[in-house]
Ligand binder design. Structure first.
Ligand SMILES: Cc1ncc(COP(=O)(O)O)c(C=O)c1O
Length: 464
């Protein structure tokens, strides 16, 4: 058996090899499920095994099946890479192995969360009194925010939902745009609002909620109401008109939640902030660290203007859970978890490394590169740009000279070619391909190489 910590050097070595090769490896994995499972899914060993051997074996056997999603030409879903400083900070998080639930468990993590929360509010221009929770992702952030919203709108209707549940409660209405992200629907289910009962508001051609349709929806309802808006449509990047939505929501005494899993970061750029005008007047916000901020998975952030509602919806007490005193922050008060990873550490490291101007540069650069990609692809017969490229998303549809939609075939060819990776979607009822530029490493050359590969695949597919 090797020394207990030799394997950390070994893992470091393997990680360095992986990261060094990352920019030039084929973006899609080159192995089958059977090839991956066969050597790994044997019987559980009866006797202990050498840890260094385990790390070597895992790295050798799993890496062929690892997607280069942290690399510069992965444009699938909305996927950031990880800045080296964030990976390094995350390694420290594992080594420290702190439970970031309570101040008493780790004063250092508690202090760091509190300071990082302030930086996030500052850089996004959100109210300084808002509370911040560090969760696994935007999905959980949406659940948390809607639970806080549910608490507050029912409290105003004199109903204590944490004590009494929803049976017999005043009717709770959720209004969301037709283009709200799937996680809003999942979050509604988790707070006891059935998916079919969500009032869906019509959107425009880019997926933005239409204020006139919201006005109608609000006039058709009364009582405790939550409105879910979105900045950064997953297909088009479009942002809902928050100024109008905010005015209508406030007039009706409703709660305004803004899902900005990636789009919220537009607020950090003087050049793009106008897209999210009115943002600071909402009641709650969702965003992700693992998307545009480029910290490792998993990392989501929930922000609530009303800390009392946020805490009431999330916090728990037990005789053995000693709460923080005074300003001591208990991270668990703001999330639907107890024991938890210190996710604020890599976020802190990235915000500190970039500073205000570096973060704005990251946002601006990604958006510029998205426009470059759109320019490279458009003006080609059979390639139709479907969105106004306002942020970091590009949406395209491919067809043959006879007009047959071949987007799925082109996407499969792009993935197989391995230069870059793009995923599919349905837009206006027909297949399309999404290109999301979210990685700190992506360069102009990466865009040009990827666009060339995409156009070549389109040519090959249409040539038959
Ligand atoms: C607008 C929006 N909300 C929520 C999510 C869910 O994010 P996560 O996968 O981090 O939970 C996404 C993911 O792309 C998104 O685009």
């Amino acid at each position: 058996m090797s020394q207990p910590y030799d394997l950390l050097a070994q893992a470091h070595q393997r990680a360095m090899e992986f990261l060094t090769a990352l920019p030039e490896r084929a973006v899609a994995p080159r192995t089958s499920l059977e090839e991956l499972m066969a050597p790994l899914c044997g019987p559980l060993p009866e006797a202990p095994q050498d840890p260094v051997g385990i790390i070597d074996d895992l790295s050798a056997r799993l890496e062929p099946g690892v997607t280069a999603s942290a690399g510069p030409r992965y444009f699938g879903f909305v996927t950031g890479g990880s800045y080296p400083v964030a990976v390094a900070a995350d390694w420290l998080v594992s080594a420290w192995d702190q439970n970031a639930a309570l101040h008493i468990m780790s004063p250092a993590m508690s202090a760091l969360e509190a300071c990082t929360a302030r930086w996030i509010l500052d850089v996004l221009g959100l109210p300084e009194e808002a509370s911040v929770g560090f969760v696994t992702g935007a999905h959980t952030a949406n659940v948390t925010a809607l639970a806080a919203a549910r608490h507050e709108v029912l409290r105003r209707a004199r109903w204590d939902v944490e004590a009494l549940g929803l049976q017999g409660a005043p009717q709770l209405t959720v209004i969301a745009g037709e283009e709200a992200h799937a996680s809003i629907h999942a979050a509604c289910r988790m707070i006891g609002v059935g998916g079919k009962t969500i009032m869906r508001v019509a959107t425009d051609g880019q997926g933005r909620m239409r204020p006139d349709a919201l006005e109608w929806a609000l006039s058709a309802t009364s009582g405790p109401t939550i409105v879910c808006a979105q900045v950064g449509n997953v297909n088009t990047g479009a942002c809902d008109p928050l100024v109008e939505i905010g005015e209508l929501t406030r007039e009706n005494g409703a709660w305004l939640h803004v899902d900005g899993a990636f789009g919220l970061w537009a607020a950090a750029s003087p050049g793009y902030r106008r897209l999210v005008s009115g943002l600071a007047d909402a009641d709650s916000w969702t965003t992700d660290g693992h998307k545009w901020l480029n910290v490792p998975y998993d990392s989501g952030i929930v922000i609530v203007r009303h800390p009392a509602a946020h805490r009431a919806a999330m916090s728990q007490t037990a005789s053995y859970l000693t709460p923080g005193q005074g300003d001591e922050r208990d991270g668990t008060d703001w999330v639907p978890e107890s024991s938890r990873r210190a996710r604020a550490v890599p976020i802190h490291a990235v915000l500190r490394m970039l500073g205000r101007s570096g973060l704005a540069d990251l946002i601006d650069r990604s958006c510029r590169l998205a426009v470059r990609m759109a320019d490279r692809l458009s003006n080609t017969p059979g390639v139709q740009l479907l969105n106004d490229v306002v942020l970091n998303q590009v949406l395209v549809r491919f067809s043959t000279p006879s007009g047959e939609n071949v987007s799925d075939q082109v996407m499969a060819a792009v993935q197989a070619a391995g230069v870059c990776w793009c995923g599919g979607t349905t837009w206006a009822g027909a297949p399309a391909m999404r290109i999301s530029v979210s990685n700190w490493r992506t360069s102009e050359d990466d865009i040009d190489r990827s666009a060339a590969s995409i156009l070549e695949c389109h040519e090959r597919v249409t040539a038959g």
